[in-house]
Design a binder for this molecule. Structure first.
Ligand SMILES: Nc1ncnc2c1ncn2[C@@H]1O[C@H](COP(=O)(O)OP(=O)(O)OP(=O)(O)O)[C@@H](O)[C@H]1O
Ligand SMILES: [Mg+2]
Length: 280
Protein backbone atom coordinates (compact mmCIF):
# COMPACT_ATOMS: atom_id res chain seq x y z
CA UNK A 1 0.00 0.00 0.00
CA UNK A 2 1.14 3.52 -0.74
CA UNK A 3 1.50 6.20 1.86
CA UNK A 4 0.34 9.63 0.72
CA UNK A 5 3.12 12.08 0.10
CA UNK A 6 5.98 9.56 0.06
CA UNK A 7 8.44 9.92 -2.83
CA UNK A 8 7.97 7.35 -5.56
CA UNK A 9 6.96 7.06 -9.16
CA UNK A 10 3.25 7.35 -9.79
CA UNK A 11 1.14 4.43 -10.84
CA UNK A 12 -0.54 5.26 -14.14
CA UNK A 13 -4.07 3.91 -14.35
CA UNK A 14 -5.92 4.09 -17.65
CA UNK A 15 -9.69 3.71 -17.61
CA UNK A 16 -11.36 2.42 -20.74
CA UNK A 17 -14.37 0.54 -22.09
CA UNK A 18 -15.57 -1.12 -25.24
CA UNK A 19 -19.03 0.40 -25.35
CA UNK A 20 -19.48 4.09 -24.73
CA UNK A 21 -21.40 5.64 -21.88
CA UNK A 22 -20.76 2.86 -19.37
CA UNK A 23 -19.32 5.17 -16.71
CA UNK A 24 -15.58 5.53 -17.37
CA UNK A 25 -15.38 9.23 -16.67
CA UNK A 26 -17.41 8.93 -13.49
CA UNK A 27 -15.11 6.15 -12.32
CA UNK A 28 -12.08 8.33 -13.06
CA UNK A 29 -13.26 11.48 -11.33
CA UNK A 30 -14.74 9.77 -8.30
CA UNK A 31 -11.89 7.35 -7.66
CA UNK A 32 -9.47 10.24 -8.20
CA UNK A 33 -11.28 12.50 -5.73
CA UNK A 34 -11.71 9.63 -3.24
CA UNK A 35 -7.95 8.98 -3.32
CA UNK A 36 -7.24 12.70 -3.00
CA UNK A 37 -9.49 12.77 0.07
CA UNK A 38 -7.25 10.07 1.54
CA UNK A 39 -4.28 12.37 1.09
CA UNK A 40 -2.80 11.02 -2.14
CA UNK A 41 -1.51 13.34 -4.84
CA UNK A 42 -3.62 12.72 -7.88
CA UNK A 43 -3.44 13.67 -11.53
CA UNK A 44 -6.09 13.15 -14.18
CA UNK A 45 -5.51 13.37 -17.91
CA UNK A 46 -8.60 13.58 -20.06
CA UNK A 47 -7.47 11.62 -23.09
CA UNK A 48 -10.87 11.48 -24.70
CA UNK A 49 -9.38 13.81 -27.27
CA UNK A 50 -12.49 14.48 -29.29
CA UNK A 51 -15.20 14.33 -26.61
CA UNK A 52 -13.50 15.01 -23.30
CA UNK A 53 -15.68 15.87 -20.31
CA UNK A 54 -13.70 15.36 -17.08
CA UNK A 55 -13.80 19.15 -16.63
CA UNK A 56 -17.57 19.21 -17.04
CA UNK A 57 -18.09 16.49 -14.43
CA UNK A 58 -15.89 18.39 -11.97
CA UNK A 59 -17.45 21.81 -12.59
CA UNK A 60 -14.22 23.20 -14.04
CA UNK A 61 -14.17 25.77 -16.81
CA UNK A 62 -10.71 25.66 -18.35
CA UNK A 63 -9.94 28.16 -21.05
CA UNK A 64 -7.53 25.83 -22.77
CA UNK A 65 -7.16 22.10 -23.03
CA UNK A 66 -5.05 19.20 -24.23
CA UNK A 67 -5.71 20.23 -27.82
CA UNK A 68 -3.57 23.32 -27.22
CA UNK A 69 -0.78 21.09 -25.93
CA UNK A 70 -0.96 18.80 -28.92
CA UNK A 71 -0.88 21.66 -31.41
CA UNK A 72 2.03 23.27 -29.57
CA UNK A 73 0.03 26.38 -28.63
CA UNK A 74 0.54 25.91 -24.90
CA UNK A 75 2.84 24.16 -22.46
CA UNK A 76 1.65 21.50 -20.04
CA UNK A 77 2.25 23.71 -17.00
CA UNK A 78 -0.10 26.34 -18.42
CA UNK A 79 -2.89 23.85 -19.02
CA UNK A 80 -3.05 21.76 -15.85
CA UNK A 81 -5.69 23.13 -13.50
CA UNK A 82 -6.57 22.31 -9.96
CA UNK A 83 -9.79 20.41 -9.37
CA UNK A 84 -11.47 19.42 -6.11
CA UNK A 85 -9.19 18.21 -3.29
CA UNK A 86 -6.15 19.38 -5.22
CA UNK A 87 -6.61 16.90 -8.07
CA UNK A 88 -4.50 18.11 -11.01
CA UNK A 89 -6.48 17.96 -14.22
CA UNK A 90 -5.24 18.17 -17.78
CA UNK A 91 -8.57 18.99 -19.45
CA UNK A 92 -9.69 17.25 -22.61
CA UNK A 93 -10.93 18.87 -25.73
CA UNK A 94 -14.46 18.67 -26.92
CA UNK A 95 -15.55 18.61 -30.52
CA UNK A 96 -12.07 18.56 -32.04
CA UNK A 97 -12.43 15.85 -34.63
CA UNK A 98 -8.87 16.50 -35.81
CA UNK A 99 -7.60 14.95 -32.58
CA UNK A 100 -9.52 11.72 -33.05
CA UNK A 101 -6.28 10.30 -34.48
CA UNK A 102 -3.00 11.72 -33.19
CA UNK A 103 -0.04 12.27 -35.49
CA UNK A 104 3.25 10.68 -34.40
CA UNK A 105 4.42 14.11 -33.23
CA UNK A 106 1.29 14.63 -31.16
CA UNK A 107 1.70 11.17 -29.68
CA UNK A 108 5.23 12.04 -28.59
CA UNK A 109 3.95 15.25 -27.01
CA UNK A 110 1.20 13.34 -25.23
CA UNK A 111 3.61 10.68 -23.95
CA UNK A 112 5.87 13.42 -22.60
CA UNK A 113 2.90 15.02 -20.82
CA UNK A 114 2.15 11.69 -19.15
CA UNK A 115 5.77 11.37 -18.07
CA UNK A 116 5.81 14.94 -16.72
CA UNK A 117 2.56 14.64 -14.83
CA UNK A 118 3.43 11.30 -13.28
CA UNK A 119 6.53 12.78 -11.70
CA UNK A 120 4.52 14.93 -9.30
CA UNK A 121 1.67 12.65 -8.21
CA UNK A 122 1.04 9.28 -6.55
CA UNK A 123 -1.60 8.13 -9.01
CA UNK A 124 -2.16 9.39 -12.52
CA UNK A 125 -5.50 8.51 -14.08
CA UNK A 126 -6.03 8.62 -17.81
CA UNK A 127 -9.61 8.73 -19.03
CA UNK A 128 -9.93 7.38 -22.55
CA UNK A 129 -12.54 7.40 -25.27
CA UNK A 130 -14.68 4.30 -25.70
CA UNK A 131 -13.73 1.69 -28.26
CA UNK A 132 -10.32 0.50 -29.26
CA UNK A 133 -8.90 2.93 -31.78
CA UNK A 134 -5.13 3.19 -32.20
CA UNK A 135 -5.32 6.32 -30.05
CA UNK A 136 -6.88 4.43 -27.20
CA UNK A 137 -4.65 1.39 -27.50
CA UNK A 138 -1.47 3.46 -27.51
CA UNK A 139 -2.72 5.34 -24.47
CA UNK A 140 -3.51 2.10 -22.62
CA UNK A 141 0.01 0.88 -23.29
CA UNK A 142 1.36 3.80 -21.24
CA UNK A 143 -0.43 2.59 -18.12
CA UNK A 144 0.59 0.03 -15.54
CA UNK A 145 -3.02 -0.80 -14.84
CA UNK A 146 -5.93 -0.80 -17.23
CA UNK A 147 -9.37 -0.53 -15.71
CA UNK A 148 -11.95 -1.91 -18.09
CA UNK A 149 -15.40 -0.58 -17.26
CA UNK A 150 -18.52 -2.40 -18.36
CA UNK A 151 -22.17 -2.44 -17.52
CA UNK A 152 -24.26 -5.58 -17.20
CA UNK A 153 -25.67 -5.10 -20.70
CA UNK A 154 -24.65 -7.95 -23.02
CA UNK A 155 -23.48 -5.47 -25.67
CA UNK A 156 -21.20 -3.77 -23.14
CA UNK A 157 -19.78 -7.11 -21.98
CA UNK A 158 -19.15 -8.22 -25.56
CA UNK A 159 -17.43 -4.92 -26.36
CA UNK A 160 -15.39 -5.14 -23.15
CA UNK A 161 -14.18 -8.56 -24.26
CA UNK A 162 -13.21 -7.13 -27.65
CA UNK A 163 -11.17 -4.45 -25.89
CA UNK A 164 -9.50 -7.02 -23.63
CA UNK A 165 -8.66 -9.12 -26.68
CA UNK A 166 -6.98 -6.30 -28.54
CA UNK A 167 -5.12 -5.08 -25.48
CA UNK A 168 -4.03 -8.62 -24.75
CA UNK A 169 -2.74 -8.94 -28.32
CA UNK A 170 -0.63 -5.83 -27.85
CA UNK A 171 0.53 -6.39 -24.28
CA UNK A 172 -0.21 -9.83 -22.96
CA UNK A 173 1.28 -9.26 -19.54
CA UNK A 174 -0.69 -6.08 -18.89
CA UNK A 175 -3.05 -6.43 -15.95
CA UNK A 176 -6.66 -5.79 -16.90
CA UNK A 177 -8.94 -4.99 -13.99
CA UNK A 178 -12.68 -4.99 -14.47
CA UNK A 179 -15.18 -2.61 -12.88
CA UNK A 180 -18.84 -3.37 -13.41
CA UNK A 181 -20.88 -0.19 -13.24
CA UNK A 182 -24.56 0.46 -12.75
CA UNK A 183 -25.54 -2.80 -11.11
CA UNK A 184 -27.93 -3.61 -8.27
CA UNK A 185 -25.39 -5.51 -6.19
CA UNK A 186 -22.27 -7.64 -6.16
CA UNK A 187 -24.10 -10.66 -7.51
CA UNK A 188 -25.05 -8.86 -10.68
CA UNK A 189 -21.53 -7.54 -10.99
CA UNK A 190 -20.07 -11.02 -10.51
CA UNK A 191 -22.30 -12.27 -13.29
CA UNK A 192 -20.93 -9.76 -15.77
CA UNK A 193 -17.37 -10.31 -14.60
CA UNK A 194 -17.67 -14.09 -14.89
CA UNK A 195 -18.91 -13.86 -18.47
CA UNK A 196 -16.00 -11.65 -19.37
CA UNK A 197 -13.41 -13.65 -17.50
CA UNK A 198 -14.68 -16.94 -18.89
CA UNK A 199 -14.34 -15.64 -22.44
CA UNK A 200 -10.84 -14.32 -21.68
CA UNK A 201 -9.87 -17.63 -20.12
CA UNK A 202 -11.22 -19.70 -22.99
CA UNK A 203 -10.20 -17.62 -25.97
CA UNK A 204 -7.23 -15.61 -24.76
CA UNK A 205 -5.81 -18.13 -22.30
CA UNK A 206 -5.61 -15.56 -19.52
CA UNK A 207 -7.67 -14.19 -16.69
CA UNK A 208 -8.88 -10.74 -15.88
CA UNK A 209 -8.91 -9.27 -12.39
CA UNK A 210 -12.08 -8.19 -10.62
CA UNK A 211 -11.64 -4.71 -9.17
CA UNK A 212 -15.20 -4.22 -7.98
CA UNK A 213 -18.47 -2.61 -8.92
CA UNK A 214 -20.39 0.62 -8.71
CA UNK A 215 -24.04 0.53 -7.76
CA UNK A 216 -26.68 1.97 -10.04
CA UNK A 217 -27.44 5.15 -8.14
CA UNK A 218 -29.83 8.00 -8.90
CA UNK A 219 -27.78 10.17 -6.50
CA UNK A 220 -24.82 9.88 -8.84
CA UNK A 221 -26.93 11.56 -11.51
CA UNK A 222 -27.76 14.33 -9.03
CA UNK A 223 -24.04 14.90 -8.54
CA UNK A 224 -23.46 14.88 -12.31
CA UNK A 225 -26.13 17.56 -12.69
CA UNK A 226 -24.44 19.88 -10.18
CA UNK A 227 -21.04 19.04 -11.71
CA UNK A 228 -19.49 17.59 -8.61
CA UNK A 229 -17.89 14.24 -7.81
CA UNK A 230 -20.51 12.24 -5.95
CA UNK A 231 -17.89 11.23 -3.36
CA UNK A 232 -17.65 14.92 -2.45
CA UNK A 233 -21.23 15.98 -3.01
CA UNK A 234 -23.01 13.01 -1.43
CA UNK A 235 -20.45 10.91 0.45
CA UNK A 236 -23.12 8.63 1.87
CA UNK A 237 -24.59 7.73 -1.52
CA UNK A 238 -24.37 4.06 -2.48
CA UNK A 239 -22.14 4.88 -5.46
CA UNK A 240 -19.82 6.96 -3.25
CA UNK A 241 -19.26 3.97 -1.02
CA UNK A 242 -18.39 1.86 -4.05
CA UNK A 243 -15.97 4.47 -5.38
CA UNK A 244 -14.23 4.60 -1.99
CA UNK A 245 -13.83 0.83 -2.04
CA UNK A 246 -12.35 0.97 -5.52
CA UNK A 247 -10.04 3.78 -4.47
CA UNK A 248 -8.72 1.99 -1.41
CA UNK A 249 -8.34 -1.20 -3.38
CA UNK A 250 -6.25 0.56 -6.02
CA UNK A 251 -4.17 2.24 -3.33
CA UNK A 252 -3.66 -1.11 -1.64
CA UNK A 253 -2.36 -2.68 -4.84
CA UNK A 254 0.72 -0.46 -4.82
CA UNK A 255 3.04 0.01 -7.77
CA UNK A 256 3.39 -2.75 -10.34
CA UNK A 257 6.91 -1.82 -11.35
CA UNK A 258 9.39 0.95 -10.77
CA UNK A 259 11.23 1.97 -7.68
CA UNK A 260 8.27 2.72 -5.46
CA UNK A 261 8.39 1.02 -2.11
CA UNK A 262 5.47 -1.05 -0.88
CA UNK A 263 4.09 1.09 1.81
CA UNK A 264 2.19 1.08 5.02
CA UNK A 265 -1.17 2.63 5.76
CA UNK A 266 -2.82 5.68 4.25
CA UNK A 267 -3.27 8.61 6.59
CA UNK A 268 -7.02 8.45 6.65
CA UNK A 269 -9.25 5.56 7.63
CA UNK A 270 -10.13 2.97 5.03
CA UNK A 271 -13.79 2.41 4.22
CA UNK A 272 -15.87 0.72 6.85
CA UNK A 273 -16.53 -3.01 6.74
CA UNK A 274 -20.17 -2.58 5.79
CA UNK A 275 -19.04 -0.60 2.76
CA UNK A 276 -16.78 -3.44 1.73
CA UNK A 277 -19.67 -5.85 1.97
CA UNK A 278 -21.89 -3.67 -0.16
CA UNK A 279 -19.38 -2.87 -2.85
CA UNK A 280 -16.86 -5.70 -2.99
N1 LIG B 1 -23.51 4.04 -11.29
C1 LIG B 1 -24.31 4.87 -11.96
N2 LIG B 1 -25.56 5.12 -11.53
C2 LIG B 1 -26.37 5.97 -12.20
N3 LIG B 1 -26.02 6.62 -13.33
C3 LIG B 1 -24.80 6.41 -13.82
C4 LIG B 1 -23.87 5.54 -13.17
N4 LIG B 1 -22.72 5.55 -13.87
C5 LIG B 1 -22.91 6.38 -14.91
N5 LIG B 1 -24.17 6.91 -14.89
C6 LIG B 1 -24.76 7.83 -15.87
O1 LIG B 1 -24.23 7.57 -17.13
C7 LIG B 1 -23.68 8.75 -17.67
C8 LIG B 1 -22.48 8.41 -18.51
O2 LIG B 1 -21.39 8.17 -17.65
P1 LIG B 1 -19.90 8.54 -18.07
O3 LIG B 1 -19.86 9.84 -18.77
O4 LIG B 1 -19.06 8.36 -16.86
O5 LIG B 1 -19.65 7.35 -19.12
P2 LIG B 1 -18.41 7.19 -20.10
O6 LIG B 1 -18.16 5.73 -20.21
O7 LIG B 1 -17.30 8.04 -19.67
O8 LIG B 1 -19.02 7.75 -21.48
P3 LIG B 1 -18.22 8.06 -22.84
O9 LIG B 1 -18.01 6.73 -23.50
O10 LIG B 1 -19.17 8.93 -23.60
O11 LIG B 1 -16.95 8.73 -22.46
C9 LIG B 1 -23.39 9.63 -16.46
O12 LIG B 1 -23.39 10.99 -16.73
C10 LIG B 1 -24.47 9.29 -15.51
O13 LIG B 1 -25.61 10.08 -15.80
MG1 LIG C 1 -16.19 9.49 -20.73
Amino acid sequence: MRTPGQQHEATVIAVTSGKGGVGKTNVVVNVAVALARLGYRIGVIDADFALGNVDVLLGLTPERHIGHLLTGEAALKDLVIEGPRGVKVLPGSSGLQALAALTPGQRTTFNQAVADMRSSVDFLFIDTAAGISDNVLETLLLAERVVLVTSLEPAAVVDAYATAKILNGAAREREIGVVVNGVRDGNEAALAFRQLDLAADRFLGRNLRYYGFVAQDPLLKDAVLVQRAVVDHLPQAASSRCFRILASRLAGMGPIRGSGPRLARPVTALPQDDEVEQCA
